[in-house]
Design a protein. Structure first.
Length: 380
């Protein structure tokens, strides 16, 4: 699917010609260098182990339905790891982001609480971590106004994710909220004064924009003392899992394994996975992506190197491989699924966890907004 192609020259604002706001030092780089970010991420990982208390980490998801294995291995497990290390972990349920590209349907509340349940089932401890929904944190949302004033329309329009989402809307009208959602995401991050944002590559431009906003706010309103710390992105060190068809894993492609799937449904899904014609199983991601992906999935569930998993299956072929993967996934997820079912049956508990998280986020964001108003001389 080539989404980029549908952008027309007239559909987006022209590139910036002058610095904005006047006097701003640097434009927002459209695509931060990933190699540098990867190197920096490795340094941060070391720092996280050395001084976890110096990190406040914000991650989040849109509540658009049940999470799948890609989310679990890509982000959920990492959140729990940061929590175990002793960092201050905040997990955002980005409910306002759902209305950027679709209407929030009648199932939104269930999706929001479902996301809370997914996080807790994966091991997030509500006694230590904070789970909140940004629609419930007024001060956070108000920060969007001064932040918007620090960016030009052209800069926001250059954000690659916004451009892609726009093309995905198939030429339909783009809402102004979709256009500005990276700015709202910056408000999420800066309201909480998070200094670390674990993201996938597609979200790097948003963190870059957040840093630009922080830098400009500091320059304009707090030149003597850095008010907003510039948050760092953290690129995941986890290998990327593909979908069961060997393509990018995504719910809309129907190639995922939902976390909450039954063991039988999991077996059926894995049975349908694409493999290749060579009987001998090996771990060669470049030349055998589908087989390698299944091997990797079993390896991640078992906490073993993929090559060892492949060697053990050897001449057993695709049928044996799929049996091993099914067993590994179901075994790894069994306690998580049990806990997920228990949590889903206790809606008042999930609501209480979210309410407590909302309160803490509101306290953080309220402090930030108060200071921002003072720095902007908006105290009367
Ligand atoms: N845009 C993110 C996603 O679609 C969700 C998100 C919203 C987020 N606000 C955030 C992630 C702040 C990290 C920090 O997955």
């Amino acid at each position: 699917m080539s989404r980029r192609d549908t952008i027309t020259a007239s559909s987006l604002p022209p590139a910036a010609t002058a610095s904005f706001p006047p006097g701003a030092s640097a434009a927002v780089p459209a695509a931060p260098a990933t190699a540098d970010t990867a190197r920096r991420s490795a340094e941060i990982e070391a720092e996280l182990r050395r001084a976890p208390q110096s990190f406040r980490i914000l991650t989040g998801d849109r509540p658009t339905g049940p999470l799948h294995l890609g989310h679990y291995f890509g982000t959920l497990q990492n959140r729990v790891r940061f929590q175990q290390l002793g960092a201050d972990v905040l997990v955002l349920v980005a409910d306002y982001q759902v209305i950027t590209d679709r209407d929030a349907g009648p199932g939104l509340a269930a999706d929001v609480l479902g996301l809370v349940a997914d996080n807790l089932a994966a091991g997030l401890d509500p006694g230590r971590a904070t789970v909140f929904a940004h629609s419930q944190v007024s001060a956070l949302n108000q920060l969007m106004l001064p932040f918007l004033s620090l960016l030009s329309v052209a800069e926001v329009g250059r954000n690659p994710t916004v451009r892609e989402e726009f093309s995905a809307s198939a030429g339909g009208a783009m809402s102004a909220l979709l256009f500005t959602y990276p700015v709202h995401q910056a408000a999420d991050i800066l309201a909480c004064r998070a200094n670390l944002v674990p993201v996938g590559k597609d979200q790097l431009p948003h963190v870059e924009l957040t840093r630009a906003i922080a830098r400009r706010f500091n320059q304009r309103y707090s030149p003597q003392r850095e008010f907003f710390q510039l948050p760092d992105p953290l690129l995941g060190a986890v290998p990327l899992l593909l979908g069961l068809d060997g393509q990018k894993m995504s719910k809309s492609r129907g190639n995922t394994i939902p976390l909450a799937a039954t063991e039988d449904a999991t077996a059926r899904l894995i049975k349908s996975a694409k493999t290749d014609l060579r009987r001998h199983i090996s771990y060669e991601p470049a030349s055998r992506p589908e087989v390698a992906n299944l091997v990797l999935l079993a390896a991640m569930c078992q906490g073993r190197p993929p090559a060892a998993v492949a060697a053990e299956i050897g001449g057993g072929g695709a049928a044996r491989l799929k049996a091993v993967v099914t067993e590994a996934v179901n075994e790894h997820l069994r306690p998580i699924r049990t806990r997920r079912r228990e949590l889903a049956a206790d809606r008042p508990y999930l609501q209480a966890v979210l309410r407590r998280g909302n309160e803490r986020a509101a306290a953080l964001a309220g402090d930030t907004l108060n200071s921002v108003r003072e720095l902007m001389r908006m105290t009367y």
